[in-house]
Design a protein around this ligand. Structure first.
Ligand code: S3P
Length: 169
C-alpha cells in the first residue's frame, strides 16, 4: 500500500480537524499544516481581526490563495477551515494530489466543542447553535461530495478516530 501525497481534512467548526490532523500527521510521519494558522501567521493578525477589517470576503480570498499555495505540499496532513468548501474554485485545490477526509460531527458535538470560543467570528452571536445548523445544511452536501472518506467523530476519542483513519487511508 502506498500512502497518498497528502491528506486534506474538511468539516465544520468543532469537528476536530486540528487535533486529529496533528495526531494523524505524527502517525503517518507527515508534516501537519493548518490553513487558518498559516493565514494568521502570514497576516500577523488573528481571524477575528481579519473578519473585522477585511470582512468574510477578505478572509475567503486569503483562504483561497493559501489553499492554492498548499496544493504543492506533499507528505502533509492539511486541516482546512470549516468554510473552505464554500467557494467552488477551492474544490480542485482541495482535491489535488490528496485524499479528502470529511470529519462528520453532530450539531450537538459542534456546539459542545466550540462553546466559549472567541476565535470564531461566525459564532459570536446570541444563537451559535442556529448558525451551526444553517451552515451544516449548506455545507454537509459539499463536504460529502468532496470526500474520499467520511469519518464520524461523535463519541470517539481523537486517538480512535486516528486509528480508524490510518486503516482506511
Ligand atoms: C470558519 C471556520 C474557521 C475559520 C473561520 C471561518 C467557517 O475554521 O476558518 O472562522 O466558515 O466555518 P475552523 O473550522 O477550524 O474553526
Amino acid at each position: 500500500m502506498s500512502l497518498p501525497k497528502r491528506v486534506v481534512l474538511v468539516g465544520p467548526m468543532g469537528a476536530g480537524k486540528s487535533t486529529i490532523g496533528r495526531m494523524l500527521a505524527k502517525e503517518l510521519g507527515y508534516r501537519f499544516l493548518d490553513s487558518d494558522r498559516i493565514i494568521e501567521e502570514r497576516c500577523g493578525a488573528n481571524i477575528p481581526w481579519i473578519f473585522d477589517v477585511e470582512g468574510e470576503d477578505g478572509f475567503r480570498q486569503r483562504e483561497t490563495a493559501m489553499l492554492d499555495e498548499l496544493t504543492g505540499e506533499q507528505g502533509t496532513v492539511l486541516a482546512t477551515g470549516g468554510g473552505a468548501v464554500m467557494r467552488p474554485e477551492n474544490h480542485p485545490l482541495l482535491k489535488k494530489n490528496s485524499v479528502v477526509v470529511y470529519l462528520k460531527t453532530s450539531i450537538e458535538q459542534q456546539v459542545e466543542r466550540t462553546r466559549k470560543d472567541r476565535n470564531r467570528p461566525l459564532l459570536q452571536n446570541d444563537d451559535p447553535e442556529a448558525v451551526l445548523r444553517r451552515l451544516f445544511d449548506i455545507r454537509d452536501p459539499l463536504y460529502t461530495k468532496l470526500a474520499d472518506i467520511v469519518m464520524y467523530t461523535d463519541r470517539k476519542s481523537p486517538r480512535l478516530v486516528v486509528r480508524q483513519l490510518v486503516n482506511r487511508i
